[in-house]
Write a protein that binds this ligand. Structure first.
Ligand SMILES: [Zn+2]
Length: 488
């Protein structure tokens, strides 16, 4: 009964305005910054409604039609010039306001994860069994980025600030597709600085790198035959997949510790009594450095060729995407950290803390996990934010083109696992809404600082140039290849 009540309260928060969170405005806040924060506060109900709508649409990568349309319509209503369907992806868009330099970009993502449907409820309870859900919090991510861009525009108007604010609608982050194909298509060429954020279990600047990853599908073609009647006339594509996987699993012993290699068999035959003529295995090959990924990927390719030879099958390799590690930018991380402090953490009420405790309970029971707190309310110092992520993000590729800075804000129960139903519940609740609104404010005032203090851009650019010494952006994606229409 208590659970339903808690869930009910949180669901209802979509419709009513909960106290937002902000601490008293910092006296150091610029006039433009104050305008931006007031703008986010004034439209907080609208932003909560956008998060709720995208959360309900729960569309997977490259199929985020309703989510993308909603964001585009909000941007157009507010005077942004929007080009949608850019770079051969119907759900990608670029929205600009203002003119000339500098051009400050903010990244929006809005794709959901398959099979993760979950109600705003602290116990496992799908809205629709097997349907997608926002287990990475991208409903909030897209909404926070929108709120930031609209707030910057409001401040630019009021304070006559020159330059261009741009919101990038970047689809299919979960398969690291959108930003990469937009980048290869030149959409980021005139950008001076890029800002981004991600919903998280903690708050702090995004000052750690991430892993590079190549995503590729290996398809083997053999000959079908009756598996008992005339197996000598068949050549099994599934055998090739199994031998390839075996080879890669032996390869694992001889790669550096930071490497991560994982696969799923997406096609492996239909019935045991038919020799499978076609089989496909989908691989992610990751490492801390792109050059290591290139090396491992060549090795994996050789193993696949060997498997094809062993089984007398033919091999086809489809590289879907190739993503680089994030280049961290200290001047931007410092600016964003200061602004996280200036705006101040949201406060979470009793019902939200109780909801988070319920979310943590199954993890305590199943894994003996310990949770000193229900929701993390500290702002991590810069030094503690440097831990590299073991996952990958296509924000990494942007950072090879332009100085890029980001933040994470608390939108989930403390220590909640990534890509979990618990996170779907949290980002759909008032906990996620508060973190989203906080992020919108911090990104907005940071963009305004960059517009108003050219030295900040210079410092970010100088450090980026230093970091890029000896690095050259190369891509395993065949030149001129269009993005996939669907990923699965
Ligand atoms: Zn994510």
């Amino acid at each position: 009964m208590r659970c339903c009540l808690i869930a009910g309260m949180l669901t209802a928060s979509f419709a009513v305005c909960l106290p937002g969170a902000a601490a008293a405005a910092d006296p150091d806040l610029s006039a433009a910054g104050s305008t931006a924060i007031a703008d986010v506060d004034q439209r907080s109900d609208e932003l909560k409604a956008v998060n709720h709508a995208i959360w309900e649409f729960a569309e997977v990568g490259l199929e985020e039609h309703q989510s993308s349309r909603l964001l585009v319509s909000k941007l157009r209503e507010n005077g942004f010039e929007v080009t949608s369907g850019v770079s051969d992806m119907p759900t990608a868009f670029v929205a600009s306001y203002g003119s000339g330099k500098p051009v400050i970009g903010i990244l929006a993502e809005y794709d959901a994860l398959p099979g993760m449907s979950q109600k705003v409820d602290p116990e496992r309870s799908p809205v629709t069994e097997g349907a997608p859900g926002h287990a990475c919090g991208h409903s909030g991510l897209g909404t926070g980025a929108l709120g930031a861009a609209l707030a910057v525009k409001a401040a630019m108007d009021r304070h006559e600030i020159k330059g261009t604010i741009r919101l990038y609608g970047t689809p299919a982050e979960e398969t690291v597709i959108g930003k990469i194909y937009m980048l290869l298509d030149g959409q980021f060429d005139d950008l001076d600085i890029c800002l981004h954020w991600h919903p998280a279990t903690k708050t702090g600047p995004w000052a750690g790198s991430s892993k590079a990853v190549v995503s590729a599908k290996f398809t083997f073609n053999g000959v079908s035959a009756h598996a008992a009647g005339n197996p000598e006339k068949g050549r099994s594509a599934l055998d090739a997949v199994e031998l390839m996987n075996l080879g890669v699993n032996f390869m694992r012993e001889h790669v550096k510790e930071d490497a991560r290699i994982h696969y799923v068999i997406t096609e492996g035959g239909g019935a045991p009594n038919v020799v499978p003529a076609t089989a496909t295995v989908w691989y992610f090959v990751r490492a801390d450095k792109h050059e290591d990924v290139e090396y491992y990927f060549e090795w994996v390719n050789d193993i696949a060729k060997g498997a094809a030879q062993m089984t007398r099958t033919k091999l086809k390799v489809q590289i879907d995407t190739d993503c680089h590690e994030l280049i961290v930018n200290d001047p931007l991380s410092e600016l964003l950290h200061q602004n996280l402090v200036k705006v101040g953490m949201p406060t979470f009420d009793e019902s939200e803390l109780a909801f988070a405790r319920r979310i943590q309970q199954p993890l305590i029971e199943e894994f003996g996990a310990e949770f000193p707190e229900a929701i993390s309310t500290a702002i991590l110092p810069l030094q503690e934010s440097r831990t590299a992520s073991k996952g990958s993000t296509d924000v990494g590729d942007i950072s090879w083109y332009v100085p890029t800075g980001g933040i994470r804000t608390t939108c989930m129960a403390a220590e909640s696992p990534g890509h979990s139903w618990q996170n779907v519940a949290c980002i759909g609740s008032s906990i996620g809404e508060k973190g989203t609104i906080y992020a919108a404010k911090v990104l907005a005032i940071s963009a305004l600082d960059l517009f108003q203090k050219p030295d900040l851009i210079k410092a970010a650019r100088a450090e980026w140039t230093e970091q890029m010494k000896g690095r050259k952006y190369t891509s395993l994606i065949p030149k001129g290849q269009k993005p996939p229409v669907r990923i699965r």
